[in-house]
Write a protein that binds this ligand. Structure first.
Ligand SMILES: CC(C)(COP(=O)(O)OP(=O)(O)OC[C@H]1O[C@@H](n2cnc3c(N)ncnc32)[C@H](O)[C@@H]1OP(=O)(O)O)[C@@H](O)C(=O)NCCC(=O)NCCS
Length: 159
């Protein structure tokens, strides 16, 4: 068994939409929204495949970045429950950030304040809270806005 990290292709949309439904509840992207995210302008999408010893691949993770000027927005990072806490999201994040140009100086994201896995993962990976948006989500949950500097002078050296 191995985990292979690679750029997403449009035919990954069905599997990514399945992950969305498993993990994102009411915030899950539909299959057509996933297709737009995987192939849209300014997007960089990376996926993780679990490849069995027999060579059969199953998509178990995805990260999507939107790059505008010197800022990248992490739109999504998801890993199947069966494969969490094995470093796969960390690898997806590392790879998607490798794909952006030197002009990108920071990564921003919004995460639900009640998403302990997401907040824990981002704190572990060099993001810090820079703002909070009260009742940002439809169910009244707050959003935490987090940032990680990139490029020369960025303090974070891990991944
Ligand atoms: C957040 C998510 C992507 C992390 O994926 P992952 O592959 O398990 O992450 P990694 O294995 O690379 O890193 C795990 C690290 O994140 C942190 N972490 C993960 N869950 C955590 C929790 N509940 N509490 C605290 N820290 C946590 C820890 O530092 C953990 O390291 P450890 O296992 O050594 O303690 C995954 O939990 C997920 O898909 N959640 C649902 C989707 C989601 O909420 N995505 C983020 C918002 S879009």
């Amino acid at each position: 068994m191995s985990i292979v990290i690679r750029p997403a292709v449009v035919s990954d949309a069905v599997a990514v939409a399945r992950l969305e439904a498993e993990l994102m509840g009411p915030d899950a992207w539909s299959e057509s929204a996933v297709r737009d995210e995987l192939t849209g302008p300014l997007r960089c999408a990376i996926v993780a495949d679990h490849v069995s010893d027999r060579g059969r691949a199953r998509l178990v993770g995805c990260a999507v970045l939107l790059v505008v000027g010197d800022t990248a927005d992490l739109q999504r990072i998801v890993v199947a429950r069966s494969h969490q806490r094995r470093g796969i999201a960390g690898r997806l994040l590392g790879r998607v950030l490798e794909e952006v140009g030197d002009e990108v100086r920071r990564v921003l994201l919004e995460v639900r304040a009640d998403n302990a896995d997401g907040v824990g993962f981002y704190l572990r990976n060099g993001f810090t809270e820079i703002a909070r948006r009260t009742a940002y989500y439809a169910d009244g949950a707050d959003a935490i806005v987090m940032q990680r500097p990139l490029g020369p002078g960025a303090q974070y050296a891990g991944g």
